[in-house]
Design a binder for this molecule. Structure first.
Ligand SMILES: [Fe+2]
Ligand SMILES: [Fe+2]
Length: 182
């Protein structure tokens, strides 16, 4: 039986390294999309099959990602991408930085609400999510699409243009150091 909830995509290209920080930010977005899709499949799976080992494993994967990697990603952007927009003379870009920071806080709050729902599933509690818990997961997942699109279409290109090579190198070093990569 194929494991519907497998997240490993063996055909996926290797992740970019820290020497390409903007490519890494893009790769994080791919991972976020992958994790939200996994969460959606997990919810469908539980509806059909109940909370089994596959659902528990999926809930654990989603939790691990949003506990550890997602906060790093938001901080990468807040330390390197958003300051470049804030320093811009373009008011639209400065306004976009305000919006993206605010949305990061909304994501933190959304995760604080969604995490206990996933923790319950990960612990193998048999009951399916209640309609309210289901809504909590939907609200959390719904925070990402427009945010990521605005970053990819406007914020990242503007920051890339604004930052010089030395700043991009410093960004790469900082991203690496904060993750404890030697
Ligand atoms: Fe962001
Ligand atoms: Fe992002």
């Amino acid at each position: 039986m194929p494991h519907l909830l497998n997240i490993t995509d063996r055909a996926a290209p290797p992740a970019p390294g820290f020497d390409q920080p903007f490519e890494m930010l893009d790769a994080c977005h791919d991972k976020i999309r992958q994790m939200l899709a996994l969460m959606a499949r997990m919810r469908e799976h539980i509806e059909r099959n109940g909370n089994d080992a596959q659902a528990r494993a999926a809930a654990q994967d989603v939790m691990r990602y949003f506990d550890v990697a997602a906060p790093h990603h938001h901080l990468d952007e807040e330390r390197h991408v958003l300051p470049a927009l804030e320093a811009s003379a373009d008011e639209k870009l400065a306004g976009l930085a305000v919006r993206l920071r605010r949305e990061h806080r909304e994501m933190e709050q959304g995760w604080a609400a969604a995490r206990p729902v996933l923790a319950r599933i990960a612990q193998g509690e048999p009951a399916s999510p209640t309609p309210q818990e289901d809504q909590t997961l939907s609200s959390f997942a719904g925070l990402y699409a427009d945010h990521i699109a605005a970053e990819e279409e406007a914020a990242f290109p503007a920051a890339k243009t604004a930052l010089g090579a030395a700043q991009v190198s410093a960004m790469a070093l900082d991203m690496k150091a904060r993750r404890g990569v030697k």
